[in-house]
Design a protein around this ligand. Structure first.
Ligand SMILES: Cc1ncc(COP(=O)(O)O)c(C=O)c1O
Length: 396
């Protein structure tokens, strides 16, 4: 049996590929602090399971391809509360933000087309592009300027006749950057000038710790080119529900998305019932969660600042940050921490930075840390990282 070149060109997830090393460490009795994966430890609102328990149909039937009407209505209402004019007709429910991203790439690009992305970026964008033979054209950003966008002329110079879309994550995974109004205006101008798709991945919209969040959905000039990617995974700590959505006011685009939705039949019905209820979660829940993450952000920043030779940015949103480590290769260091190191039986796991780049050779000495643990555990995990750095044989 022949295996396709396309699938062989996909890379393994930097977030998950060291899991066998973590499993082996645990099998030897080590405790592993997981800073590698964005799986929040915050409890999912009880509304989710309560509404599923009340589900009283005799058959778990297929649901509507576009999404259950009650869920689509709840999402539309949520957007109107954010002053974004998205009607139920503009919203299609997907199996997580991940499926929404795949549909967006499929609907905008033919093989050989290009999508502009700011590097470092969410690692799975590489797979969503490669599985469609689409090229990610990465524009570098750096820790020195907090991973903010380069000047307009630099971005414009990267646009070619093959460019179909600009893909932004705001707030960003993995850097935590939140874009300013001025940066968003640059993107809006370029998108309109070259008639590109603007894929705005806003799954971390609620997680902003300094200043106010602005969505492209509030900028009328881009609405015809805008595709918003959203999800309940992070907002309501419901990653396993696999419910997201793709939103656009461009009816021609959405007609194509409907075909994608029909081909996979539907999203799971019970999870849609639960997700509908999540949209009635009181804002006090999100306020409390936001406060907790802000505390965690401050804790991890303060802990990292104590480590000699480690450089990190100042994340303003999401729950990640990138760090530059004084090591030969962050992936080797991560494996060494799991295989050969512990402090009183405890060690730490992070995601190697190279997987968040598509430019070969970039991110080798970087790591992405997810601050999804309680503050005490973050402090312990970073202290262990610091102890490991003192004795790691590949220290620079
Ligand atoms: C930036 C970004 N977009 C999309 C996703 C996909 O989320 P999900 O498919 O769980 O909605 C993630 C998950 O970590 C993410 O970090």
């Amino acid at each position: 049996m022949k295996i396709s070149q396309r699938v062989q060109a996909l890379t393994t997830s930097p977030i998950r590929r060291l899991s066998p090393y973590a499993a082996a460490a645990k099998a030897k009795g080590k405790k592993v602090y997981h800073l590698n994966i964005g799986q929040p430890d915050i409890e999912t609102p009880e509304l989710f399971m309560d509404s599923i328990r009340k589900f009283d149909e005799k058959v778990i039937a297929y649901s509507n391809s576009k999404g259950e009407e009650c869920l689509v209505d709840a999402i539309s209402k949520y957007y109107k509360e954010w002053d974004m004019p998205f009607e139920p007709a503009d919203i299609y429910v997907t199996n997580g933000g991940s499926e929404a991203l795949r549909f967006a790439v499929l609907a905008l690009c033919d093989p050989g087309d290009e999508i502009l992305v700011f590097e470092p970026f969410y690692a799975n964008y590489n797979s969503f592009a490669r599985e469609n033979n689409v090229i990610i054209k990465a524009i570098p950003t750096s820790v020195e300027n907090g991973y903010h966008l380069p000047e307009e002329k630099v971005i414009e110079a990267a646009i070619t006749p093959k460019t179909r879309a600009i893909l932004l994550t705001n707030p960003s995974n993995p850097t935590g950057v939140v874009y300013s109004k001025e940066e968003m205006e640059i993107i809006a101008r370029l998108v309109c000038k070259y008639d590109l798709g603007l894929i705005s991945d806003e799954v971390y919209r609620e997680f902003v710790y300094d200043g106010k969040y602005i969505s492209f959905g509030t900028m009328p000039e881009v609405l015809d080119n805008l595709i918003i990617i959203d999800s309940v995974s992070k907002r309501y700590s419901a990653c396993g529900a696999r419910i997201g959505c793709i939103i656009s006011k461009n009816a021609q685009f959405q007609q194509q998305i409907l075909k994608c939705c029909q081909a996979r039949l539907c999203s799971p019905i019970l999870e849609q019932v639960g997700a509908t209820a999540l949209y009635s979660t009181p804002t006090s829940y999100l306020d409390a969660v936001n406060k907790e993450y802000k505390k965690r952000r401050d804790t991890i920043k303060a802990a990292l600042e104590k480590l000699p030779g480690v450089t990190s940015s100042n994340p303003k949103g999401a729950f990640y940050l990138m760090v530059k480590l004084p090591v030969d290769d962050a992936e080797k260091f991560a494996i060494w921490l799991l295989e050969s190191f512990d402090v009183n039986g405890e060690t730490v796991m992070f995601a190697p930075g190279n997987g968040f780049y598509s430019t070969p050779g970039c991110g080798i000495d970087e790591a992405r840390l997810a601050y999804v643990l309680k503050c005490e555990d973050i402090e312990k995990a970073i202290a262990i990282l610091g102890e490991g750095l003192k004795v790691y044989p590949g220290r620079k």
